[in-house]
Ligand binder design. Sequence first.
Ligand code: 13P
Length: 248
Amino acid sequence: MKRPIIAGNWKMNNTNAGTKALLTELAPLVKDAKCEVVVCVPFTDIDTARKAIRGTKIKLGAQNVHWAPKGAFTGEISAEMLKELKVEYVIIGHSERRQYFGETDASVNARLKAAVGAGLKAIVCVGETLEEREAGKTNEVVTRQINGAFEGLEKIALKSIVVAYEPVWAIGTGKTATAEDANDTIAVIRKAIRKLYGRTAAGAMRIQYGGSMNPKNASELMAMPEIDGGLIGGASLKAEDFAKVVNY
Ligand code: 13P
């Protein structure tokens, strides 16, 4: 059995003071969680978060990582820098990075290789825009994103990778994909992984749903056979809500 993974993506929210308060409130609420629990915090909150989650069920994640080990890349953070701060997970290729910061399938691939090469675990995001969905291109888009992200990656690396399916139109909008639609598209994603790495590896891959997932819809989404977890934005900023999703 795969262990489900529920991760909070805080995006650009919470100062150090807010981080400490939120995680202190969250820790006792998720102490009996059956799934893996991760919080992906802003770079500047990592050290505070690390201290606040010591001795708890909560694991530490970041929201991006650069592809180069070091060098002249103003404003970027390397995998080694994250490792030093005991970061375990890192989100790669979130749609907001693709949309606002020019992230492409090729840069996602380069960042993914750097992350797993340095011993980080990655949460690789894919998902179609509303325009792509309405044009009937969802399956084509997620398949292209998977092929791009995994280009040249050895099968062994899959053990350190989680995929998140986040339809862009469902992020922060209150619109959730129906559980059936999310399940169907995740099946397409798994098929793309199967074509690259075979049935066993694809079956073992944990694939999350993300996009307006909240305490009300979490259990329905998590009951779907293809859905192995959630990547939670807005609802991860309130301890009580995030705990309810974790304890779906
Ligand atoms: P919301 O849960 O706020 O829709 O955000 C989803 C998301 O982008 C998580 O990475």
